[in-house]
Ligand binder design. Structure first.
Ligand code: SDX
Length: 418
């Protein structure tokens, strides 16, 4: 990063603020000394213009629809890499050599054997409980099975949660479907996850599609759930507690929960005779809380590059599986109608990563309620990479300021006088 200085005038006093310029020429005002020198803080509800940190992991340019992991374009990685290769890249900053990848995968495989008794705990969760609640509870409780300090960013702690995540997620599907748990065939992270989730040898078309989808979800800069992981981790909470914070943030329908809401929306349109125009009108109506789920993005004001890749993969997977799904044609028509409507065009509302992913998950056979767990399974390497970066840098505990707008000082009045 290179720096220069800008001067601002506040209450007649000149304040000099360093300018930080990133490797992709993003510019920021470093306001670390602002309050001490001027008494002012900045205010930016929802952090729409505020950087919480600098990071060397993921770069995205929302105006141009660019997404890079450690400098590699998302389309390049989706086409050529595997999910474990990308997980290694996000964590350590470089693509692994053959030996490095083999050792990494072996470590994850070792850690995919869950601690004694943990599966019984997962079986004890109410099967009808939403899979995201089972995931958050499960990952948080996993911390009790390791007596060592799990709040340090060691490879041991990181590989433990990376290796455990997929089997925990597969067990959740089995429990949600009231089915027996399945042991891992030991043929690789994605293959084993599918075999454990469905209790059958997965078709290679599905393994490939799942691997690509997990790569596309692996990281995304300082989104709501990743920022939450960094925030929780900044208090030196253990890795399981930090990731649990991210799981819960991801669950929201405005974030990762959108992939489940998209499918529910498409099914509702299908049940309503495919009346797409009605739902587009509802999405535009300010008095109607309905939003076009899977559309819009805080950062992308152009196409989400992941949505383009997933849309192509949806066609490919459904054709290869011989699945005819009316929700895919409804989604395509919805996209076409919305993108020719000035309401969406003026607000730069395009399909995002969640718009098409659920159609593939449904074609593979996942229950809709599992979709956000699948998003989390993709995002876990991004979460732990950000957590590692924050801890390696010894960043301070996150503690934003505020502007108080409540009652000023007043005396207590006895209840007899109220
Ligand atoms: C993810 O941050 C990340 O990187 C997230 C993510 C990741 O990989 O981690 O990319 C994953 O979370 C993708 C987003 C999934 N969420 C959805 O699909 C839910 C539907 N989308 C919206 O709720 C919304 O677009 C957000 C939450 C995604 C973004 O909201 P913003 O940036 O706060 O934008 P906004 O709510 O201020 O909307 C701006 C305008 C408003 O209209 P006006 O007040 O200007 O008239 O656009 C409208 C909004 O009403 N709008 C929509 C809309 N999204 C925004 N109108 C209808 N349908 C929508 N989906």
């Amino acid at each position: 990063m290179s720096e220069n200085i800008v001067a601002i005038q506040l209450d007649g006093k000149e304040i000099n603020l360093p300018v930080v310029i990133g490797t992709e020429n993003e510019k920021a005002l470093d306001i670390a000394k602002l309050r001490a020198e001027s008494g002012f803080i900045t205010l930016d509800t929802g952090y729409k213009n505020t950087g919480a940190t600098s990071s060397a992991i993921t770069f995205l340019n929302g105006e141009e629809g660019i997404l890079h992991y450690r400098g590699y374009d998302i389309a390049d990685l989706a086409e050529n890499a595997s999910f474990t290769e990308v997980s290694y890249l996000l964590l350590y900053g470089e693509l692994p050599s053959k030996d490095q990848l083999a050792n990494f995968e072996a470590s994850l495989a070792t850690n995919s054997r869950l601690p004694e008794g943990f599966a019984d705990l997962q079986k004890a969760f109410p099967s009808e409980a939403h899979p995201m609640s089972q995931l958050a509870a499960g990952i948080c409780l996993l911390s009790n099975y390791y007596k060592r300090n799990t709040s340090d960013a060691t490879d041991e702690n990181i590989h433990t949660i990376l290796g455990a995540f997929a089997p925990v997620a597969a067990n959740i599907q089995r429990n949600f479907l009231n089915k027996d748990f399945v042991s891992s065939p030991g043929k690789g992270l994605v293959y084993d996850f599918l075999a454990m989730a469905f209790d059958e040898e997965p078709d290679e078309v599905i393994v490939d599609a799942m691997d690509k989808l997990l790569i596309l979800h692996a990281d995304h800069e300082q989104n709501c759930s990743t920022s939450t992981v960094r925030m929780v981790g900044s208090s030196h909470a253990n890795i399981f507690a930090s990731i649990t914070g991210g799981i819960n943030a991801l669950w929201g329908p405005l974030h990762g929960g959108a992939n489940q809401s998209v499918l529910e929306m498409l099914e509702a349109i299908k049940a309503d005779g495919g009346n797409i125009k009605k739902y587009v009108a509802k999405a535009k109506d300010k008095d109607d809380p309905f939003r076009l789920m899977g559309f819009g993005h805080r950062v992308y004001k152009n196409f989400d590059p992941r949505a383009k890749i997933i849309k192509r993969a949806a066609d490919n997977v459904l054709n290869k599986l011989g699945v005819k799904d009316e929700t895919l044609s409804i989604a395509k028509k919805l996209e076409e109608i919305a993108l020719s409507d000035s309401y969406f065009v003026e607000r730069n509302l395009y399909p995002n990563v969640d718009f098409y992913s659920g159609i593939i998950y449904k074609a593979i056979g996942f229950p809709t309620e599992m979709f956000t767990v699948l998003f989390a399974l993709g995002r876990i390497p991004g979460w732990v990479s950000n957590w590692k970066e924050m801890r390696d840098r010894k960043e301070p505990i996150g503690r934003p300021r505020q502007v108080y707008t409540g009652a000023t000082l007043r005396k207590y009045t006895p209840i007899s006088e109220r």
